[in-house]
Design a protein around this ligand. Structure first.
Ligand SMILES: NC(=O)c1ccc[n+]([C@@H]2O[C@H](COP(=O)([O-])OP(=O)(O)OC[C@H]3O[C@@H](n4cnc5c(N)ncnc54)[C@H](OP(=O)(O)O)[C@@H]3O)[C@@H](O)[C@H]2O)c1
Length: 266
């Protein structure tokens, strides 16, 4: 029987690629968007509505899922966005929104699906975190916080769901060319003391965006986690990610110096 997979945020970027890849491999894919009607006719898989910021939308998600399919095998938590900017310049409300969508929205969707996974005694939860959930960089403190929080939460959840035959995994990509920067939010408030740093960060960010990789390899990584019987928790993907993780664990001082050097050179 074809496996049924829900991919949140399937209208753009990683989610769109992942959903297309899984559909082409014969899986029965349902994607989500806040505006599914905008994409439904263009995509080869079903699109249903989901807004991570709406309690009502998440509470009624199972109804929409099980209207389309009799059972769900895999949840791919991919939807999210980026708040960028210097931490002190970012209003708390915007920071809160970042956590509300990326962290709480993802947790609420997982909780909406878990009773069904527990009842059927199988399921797979794959969450798109970020390398920024393991290592932090300047200019994205709230984003990093939201991704670190996901990492910690799902690491704990993995133990709790083991006896129900439900696996929990993270995908941690580095920088890839999607629409995340165009769809990001930042603040207009500027604190003069940060003017020099801001200029460096702007250059650093331009370089990062220019060097961002083709996101097709992220879809391949997700496919592997989907295919494997007992996937591991951490799945990093992208140029330099292994080195970053090793430095983070074994030589944090060198990692910090490297980031500062790159920033000052920018
Ligand atoms: N691109 C990167 O370099 C990178 C690296 C590491 C991790 N990530 C993570 O990868 C995931 C996908 O991002 P992307 O790079 O593919 O960005 P993207 O192209 O901007 O796509 C974001 C997707 O998330 C959905 N979304 C955003 N806010 C939502 C909300 N409040 N409720 C429901 N859906 C929402 C969007 O759907 P609609 O607008 O149609 O609702 C869209 O399909 C995110 O979790 C992001 O943090 C990205």
């Amino acid at each position: 029987m074809k496996k049924n997979i829900l991919v949140t945020g399937a209208s753009s970027g990683f989610g769109l690629l992942v959903a297309n890849e899984l559909h082409s491999k014969g899986y029965n894919v349902i994607g989500t968007s806040r505006n599914p009607e905008k994409y439904a006719s263009m995509l080869p898989f079903k699109m249903i509505a989901l807004d991570l910021d709406s309690e009502q939308s998440i509470n009624t998600l199972p109804e929409r899922i099980f209207k389309e399919i009799p059972q769900l095998d895999i949840l791919i938590n991919n939807a999210g966005f980026l708040v960028s900017g210097i931490a002190e310049e970012t209003p708390i409300e915007l920071g809160r929104q970042q956590l509300e969508t990326n962290f709480w929205g993802t947790i609420k969707v997982t909780n909406a699906v878990l009773p069904y996974f527990r009842k059927q005694k199988f399921g797979k939860i794959i969450t798109v975190g970020s390398i920024v959930g393991l290592v932090s960089f300047p200019n994205a403190a709230y984003y990093a916080a939201s991704k670190h929080a996901l990492e910690g939460y799902f690491k704990s959840l993995r133990y709790e769901l083991d006896e129900f035959n439900i696996s929990v995994s993270m995908i941690e990509p580095s920088a890839f060319k999607t629409n995340i920067v165009d769809n990001s939010s930042s603040t207009l408030k500027k604190i003069e003391d940060y003017n020099t740093l801001r200029k460096k960060i702007e250059k650093f960010t331009v370089n990062l965006v220019e060097q961002a990789e083709d996101p097709a390899i992220v879809a391949e990584k997700v496919l592997k986690v989907v295919q494997v019987d007992k996937p591991k928790f951490r799945n990093i993907v992208g140029k330099g990610t292994t080195a970053l993780i090793n430095l983070q664990h074994f030589a944090y001082g060198i990692l910090e110096k490297g980031v500062l050097k790159k920033l000052n050179k920018a």
